[in-house]
Design a protein around this ligand. Structure first.
Ligand SMILES: N[C@@H](CCC[C@H](N)C(=O)O)C(=O)O
Length: 362
């Protein structure tokens, strides 16, 4: 972890392109605080110096240890990561193939996901050794440090990440063990990733929700009072819980771009009827095969896309009689193709792209 030290008119300047590393050190020149690795103490020097890739120019910053020591200290506390995004849902991917324990703690993930003080991401994903014959296991921490069972956009990114690590063929599929069971992403020739997301879970206590079921154990188009307003909701688990709404109780179509997501999202997420909290999808139907979605994610807030959410939406759309089983879901970050097939599995197709690789101080 970094330590704070008082200095006199410090001026730090990054000499590397690694913004994550730099962000731990860069401060406004008017400030009197500077973050440095905690094991450093101070003596005087008065010229321009380079510290861990940063140029230090001040007349009175005092350093006792050598720059070599600083580099050794830093290297022990650096995390290598690759940043990926799927429709703007962004993740730090960590090569965790040598251990069945995540390399960083939930608290460290929260810091790294911070968009001002860290690298910035909706979550951290660990590519871990496979279990029970699977190729890999995936675990993920949300940006609030909580651990979800699954992540649809994340698993597309993970497939691309492990293929890069392995220098694998452009087109192949992986069996990935998740806390929601076995999920199978396939890298396609056209660059898209198609994922067999498994079967939806509809039985209310398994979602989980305390709402009373309306149809064969499932919660379909059931009124839910949120802050004095009644919404009609359908609850679906894709391994993780989702509450999907197409309308308030007046039945009028939603105009999703006009919803105050930051206000109502947290009220759904923490509603007492969702014992494990919930992701919430607000949907506007454009046609029976095309919907517009905005999402408030459990543990991450408003994101540009949610893969498990888009799958839950098509299942909910079919159960409510609003959509076909094959549907395009438009998210703020772009479209996902979703299909609920005859084998009861939901298939999701979308992009996954490497943004950059980096190193961050923990
Ligand atoms: N963005 C993800 C879902 C990530 C997990 C979610 N926030 C939860 O807590 O369930 C996706 O693409 O599915």
């Amino acid at each position: 972890m970094a330590a704070f030290a008082s200095v006199w008119r410090p001026h730090l300047q990054s000499t590397e392109s690694d913004s994550a590393l730099a962000s731990f050190h860069c401060i406004p020149s008017s400030s009197r605080l500077v973050k440095l690795p905690e094991k450093l103490t101070f003596t005087a020097f008065s010229s321009s110096r380079s510290l861990c890739g940063l140029k230090v120019r001040t007349s009175s910053v005092m350093l006792e240890k050598t720059l070599e020591t600083a580099k050794k200290v830093s290297s022990k506390e650096i995390l290598d990561f690759s940043k990926y995004q799927g429709l703007g849902n962004d993740f730090l991917l960590v090569d965790n193939r040598d251990s069945a324990e995540p390399k960083i703690s939930p608290e460290q993930a929260v810091k790294l996901c911070d968009r001002n003080f860290g690298v910035g991401a909706d979550g951290v994903i660990f590519a871990m050794p496979g279990i029970n014959g699977s190729d890999y296991s995936m675990r993920i921490f949300n940006s609030d440090g909580s651990e979800p069972e699954m992540c649809g956009n994340g698993i597309r990114c993970m497939a691309r990440f492990v293929a890069n690590l392995e220098n694998a063929a452009e087109t192949r599929s992986y069996n990935i063990h998740t806390l929601a069971g076995l999920i199978i992403p396939k890298l396609r020739e056209d660059g898209q990733v198609e994922v067999d997301m498994g079967a939806p879970i509809l039985n209310a206590p398994d979602v989980p929700t305390k709402l009373t079921s309306s149809k064969d154990g499932a919660v379909v188009k059931v009124p839910l009072n949120v802050d004095g307003e009644n919404w009609l909701v359908t609850c679906v688990s894709m391994g993780n819980p989702h509450c999907v709404t197409f309308a308030r109780e007046d039945g009028k179509d939603l105009e999703v771009n006009c919803l105050p997501l930051e206000k109502i999202g947290p009220l759904f997420e923490h509603h007492e009827v969702f014992p494990a909290r919930t992701n919430t999808e607000f949907i506007q139907v454009i046609s029976r095969s095309h919907v517009r979605m905005r999402v408030w994610e459990r543990g991450a807030g408003a994101t540009l896309a949610c893969g498990t959410g888009a799958c839950a939406v098509v299942v909910a759309g079919v159960l409510e009689g609003r959509t076909e089983k094959k549907c395009t879901v438009d998210l703020p970050g772009g479209p996902l193709e979703i299909e609920w097939r005859e084998n009861n599995h939901v298939y999701m197709t979308g992009p996954a792209e490497l943004v950059f690789e980096g190193k961050a101080f923990l």
